[in-house]
Each structure stands twice: as C-alpha cells, then as structure tokens.
Ligand binder design. Structure first.
Ligand code: CO8
Length: 264
C-alpha cells in the first residue's frame, strides 16, 4: 500500500492514511487501497475494532491533518462522467467503514475537510483532537459534497445544521463539532489515539458478535420506518439467543460473576 499504513495489536487495527505531501487528501489510488484493505480487515478474526486516522504531514507533524479532502488536483479536469465515477469510487470503501462487522472509530487529528469530514462520518464513532477542524468547503469549489456528505451530515446533525455548514462552507473547530453532535468526544491532541484505543478496549470487553449485531440493527433500521425497524431489531435480538455469549452473559449476571464472553 502506497498511501495507507496498518498496525494491528490486541484486536485493534490502526489504519493511517498517509499522503504527507497532500495532507492525506484522498486520490483514486488511496480510495482503491482503502477498499482493498477494508475487505482484508473485515475478514480478519484478530481485528474487532478499527481506528482510522491521518498520518503526519511532510514536516512530520502528527496533528496537522486527518484528511484534507478529496484530491483537488485529480478532480480539476474531470468530465461529468469521470466525476461521477470518482464519487462512486469512494462510495464502496465509505460504505465498508459504515457497515463492516467491526466497530470503526475515526481519530481526527487535524483537518477534516470535504472528503475528510465525509470519511469521518462514515465511521461509527468520531473522536477529535482539540486542534481538529471540520468543514464541507465544496460549494466554494463549485461542487457539492460528493462522498456522501450531503446525506451523512444531514443524518448526523440534522438537515438544518447540515445545510448551514454546506451552504456557508464554514470551518468549525472541535468544540463546535462536539456541540452540534458531529463528534462524540474532544480530547487534548496528545491523548487522541490513546482515547480512541480506550474506547476500543471498552468495546472489546463486550460480546463482540452482539456489538456487530447492534451496529447492523442501528444501520439497517435507520433507513426503515419505525415498525419495520423494530421488527428487524426483534429478529436480530432473537438470533442472538442461539449464541453461547447470551447464555454465558446472563448466567454470569445471575451468578454475580464476570462473564466469560467468547464471541459466539
Ligand atoms: N487535494 C490535493 N492537495 C491538497 C489538498 C487537497 N484537498 N489539501 C492540501 N493539499 C496539498 C497542497 O496543495 C499542498 O501541496 P504543495 O505543498 O505541493 O503545494 C500541501 O497539501 C500542503 O497544503 P498547504 O500548503 O495548502 O497547507 P496549509 O497549512 O497552508 O493549508 C489547508 C492547509 C487549509 C487544509 C489547505 O491545504 C486547503 O485549503 N486544502 C484544501 C481543503 C479543501 O478544500 N478540501 C475539500 C476538497 S473537495 C472535496 O473533498 C470533495 C469531496 C467530494 C468529491 C466528489 C468527487 C467528484
């Protein structure tokens, strides 16, 4: 991989987007690599949580940029057909982040602009460094958010706030992103990765199959009407009773001891 770096330890994968000369902007090659590595990660039994972050810039500053957007130099001369194809190239890895069985956490270590904000929104949880900043600057470039931003931002923070951010291109800091619900947590930048790993470790202590099923219920239920969504939840709930973790988790509670969860 030319533009990604993967480390796996204690069932936590840390995947860094590493294009130091372009503040980790997403070009076609990076999107393709991302798609490939996410397929590999999803198949790995030794990964339960994936943390996505940005590599350091060319001056080796680890807190400069998460992802500074889609690669503008690659987009500038695209035809309408090529631009649609470029947008769709991101759809596949972004949906993988959203729907893969493992939990995905974006550790936002600086600029999360355009496609950078959009890829963070494709993750389940967002933790921001206190110096992080967020924007959807696309309409200032004569385009719209094309990596799912018009859809995911509205779903995450509500249509009114999403429209304001997208129409004005306002750049907001981490505190404001937290206030409007765009990120789950803001921490001093030096504590960013540790905080993401602490959240991951907390999740690892739970029945990981149940966590995956909860993620599926939330994601798939979100696009259904409430009755169908609750029916889906009931079906998934019932299926978990075929797993030993359910018996062990509940028996351990009754016996007042810690559960020995095995992920099946
Ligand atoms: N694409 C390509 N290169 C970039 C990008 C980018 N998005 N962002 C930064 N770079 C490059 C710069 O060109 C520069 O390269 P070089 O050193 O060779 O000149 C290097 O990264 C460092 O950048 P700066 O010198 O500009 O660093 P500063 O600290 O001065 O500024 C900023 C940092 C404020 C982040 C500034 O670089 C900036 O404004 N970048 C662009 C941010 C932006 O507008 N992002 C949104 C892009 S559009 C988008 O994401 C659309 C997604 C949907 C696409 C749909 C597909 C059709």
């Amino acid at each position: 991989m030319n533009n990604l770096h993967l480390e796996v330890e204690n069932e936590i994968a840390v995947l860094s987007i590493t294009r130091p000369g372009a503040l980790n902007a997403l070009n076609s090659e990076t999107l393709q690599e991302l798609d490939t590595v996410l397929i590999e990660i999803e198949a790995r039994d030794d990964v339960k949580v994936l943390i996505l972050t940005g590599g350091p810039d060319k001056k080796d500053n680890p807190y400069k940029s998460f992802v500074a957007g889609a690669d503008i130099s690659e987009m500038v001369n695209l035809s309408p057909e090529e631009a649609t194809a470029f947008a769709l190239r991101a759809a596949s890895p972004f949906f993988r982040l959203q729907n893969m069985r493992q939990v995905t956490i974006a550790a936002v270590n600086g600029f999360a602009l355009g496609g950078g904000c959009e890829i963070a929104m494709s993750c389940d949880i967002r933790v921001a460094a206190d110096n992080a900043s967020f924007a959807q600057p696309e309409v200032g470039l004569g385009i719209i958010p094309g990596f799912g931003g018009t859809q995911r931002l509205a779903r995450l923070i509500g249509a009114g706030r999403a429209k304001e951010l997208i129409f004005t291109c306002d750049n907001i800091d981490a505190a404001e992103a937290y206030r409007i619900g765009l990120v789950n947590k803001v921490v001093p930048k030096e504590e960013l990765l540790d905080t993401a790993k602490k959240i991951a470790t907390k999740i690892l202590g739970k029945a990981s199959h149940a966590v995956s099923v909860a993620k599926k219920a939330i994601n798939e239920g979100y696009d259904l009407d409430i009755k169908a969504a609750v029916a889906l939840e009931a079906k998934l709930f019932g299926e978990l009773f075929a797993y030993s973790d359910q018996k062990e988790g509940m028996t351990a509670f009754a016996e007042r001891r810690a559960a020995d969860l095995k992920d099946f």
